[in-house]
Design a protein around this ligand. Structure first.
Ligand SMILES: Cc1ncc(COP(=O)(O)O)c(C=O)c1O
Length: 408
């Protein structure tokens, strides 16, 4: 991307899952005010932050005590520590976020991918999960954990509650630990609701969340986990704290102070997060519509800032005109001819020949802070010149590469 930019060529950055929005001034003030706090903090996190995080979950119907919470520099660190603490093999939804499988590669354990059912983005098909456990046992392997993502990255969709409930039942029957990655919960699109797997398998579900997406604070590194109030939960939490103590010691204390404010949810911050969710919804829908108009099968986006078009219906055209037969070929073609950056489905666990792409929409809000502020404040963000230009760029690229749906 940078090379293309340096050559003066156009780039449409839709590869990276960054929230693309400014920091709220209240959080900045809080961080500045706490910058003198230079001593190490407790490994589990500041007590006031654990209490605020417990309040955040309790207000949403998931009763939580501060003792169940662990704070870390990002939820990714918590997800890795959880994999290490759980041990055994893991079931991941196909498709699923890149780092889950990478964690198992680092740990030397094995990933069992299970397709998501229709309406179940981010959750592996519960019936197939049960079957996969048998297959693993027959191969002499033990699966101990399943990861779900609600709302989902890469598909930008939210699994239906009945699917989440069945998954919870299968997990309970088979003593699986469920890790529910809910980093996108607060940016579910307006009118969408997100089930809590922790209500369906309460003694076995760990929830992870953080401020990277809801408050666009990826670089501040702040994640939280909620462990179940059960003997299993207490054992896992103690194990994760042991790993935390030897690896990261504590999340940055000034950042934790700002996070207390975020999780106490004063009205201005609630409105700020709601405005981000509206913006994500508007732009993701506009991007999805452009892929659909070019013959892609694409589920309407429901949360976060991703669209996941499937170009299988255009396979004959893509093969004939461009010799494109894999998702990676298609992503390369879009980059080479048009500077459109997207990720091929295979990095999310799909077969190489799947013509699926993850299209991140949040870097279209602009490059300069004032553009991003304007996008957040706009009644109709699609009319802002830089967003309209980005959508035109996408349309031109799709016209060239895919033609229209009738081209077949
Ligand atoms: C599904 C998912 N989980 C976790 C993370 C990591 O979040 P954090 O910044 O809290 O480590 C990301 C970030 O891209 C994500 O997409």
């Amino acid at each position: 991307m940078e090379q293309r930019r340096a050559r003066g060529e156009r780039v449409l950055p839709m590869g990276f899952g960054e929230a693309g929005l400014p920091v709220h001034p209240l959080l900045r003030d809080e961080l500045r005010a706490a910058s003198g706090r230079n001593a190490y903090g407790p490994v589990a996190g500041l007590p006031e932050l654990r209490a605020a995080a417990a309040g955040y979950w309790t207000r949403r119907g998931l009763r939580t005590d501060a003792e169940q919470v662990v704070v870390a520099p990002g939820s990714k660190a918590l997800l890795f520590a959880m994999r290490m603490a759980c041990g055994g093999d893991v079931i991941l939804p196909r498709p699923s976020w890149v780092s889950y499988a990478a964690h198992d590669e680092l740990l030397g354990s094995r990933v069992w991918h299970v397709d998501t059912p229709p309406g179940g983005g981010g959750v592996p098909d519960p019936e197939r999960v049960a079957r996969t456990l048998g297959l693993a046992r027959a191969a002499g392997r033990e699966i101990r954990q399943v990861i779900v993502t609600l709302p989902d990255n890469p598909t930008g969709t939210i699994a239906r509650p009945e699917i989440v409930e069945s998954l919870g039942r299968v997990a309970r029957e088979n003593n699986l630990t469920v890790v529910s990655d809910e980093i996108y919960r607060e940016v579910a699109h307006p009118g969408q609701s997100v089930a809590f797997p922790a209500l369906f398998a309460p003694e076995r579900t760990v929830v992870t969340a953080g401020l990277s997406k809801s408050h666009a604070l990826g670089g501040w590194r702040l994640g939280i986990a909620r462990f179940p109030d059960s003997a299993h939960g207490r054992r896992l939490r103690a194990h994760v704290l042991g790993i935390a103590s030897e690896v990261w010691s504590t999340a940055a204390v000034p950042v934790q102070r700002a996070a207390v404010l975020a999780y106490e949810e004063p009205q201005v911050l609630v409105e700020h997060v709601a405005a981000s969710a509206r913006l994500h919804a508007r732009v993701a829908e506009a991007v999805a519509a452009r892929w659909a108009a070019h013959g892609a099968r694409v589920t309407a986006p429901q949360g976060g800032f991703y669209v996941y078009p499937d170009l299988d219906a255009r396979r004959a055209h893509l093969s004939r005109k461009w010799s494109v037969t894999t998702g990676a070929d298609l992503a390369d073609l879009l980059l080479d001819r048009h500077g459109v950056v997207v990720l091929p489905g295979h990095v999310f666990g799909e077969a190489p020949e799947a013509l699926r792409l993850r299209v991140a929409t949040s870097l279209l809000y602009g490059t300069a802070p004032d553009q991003r502020e304007a996008a957040l404040a706009a009644e109709e963000p699609l009319t802002l010149p830089w967003i309209a230009a980005a959508l035109r760029h996408l349309e031109e690229a799709l016209d060239d590469v895919l033609g229209t749906a009738e081209t077949e």
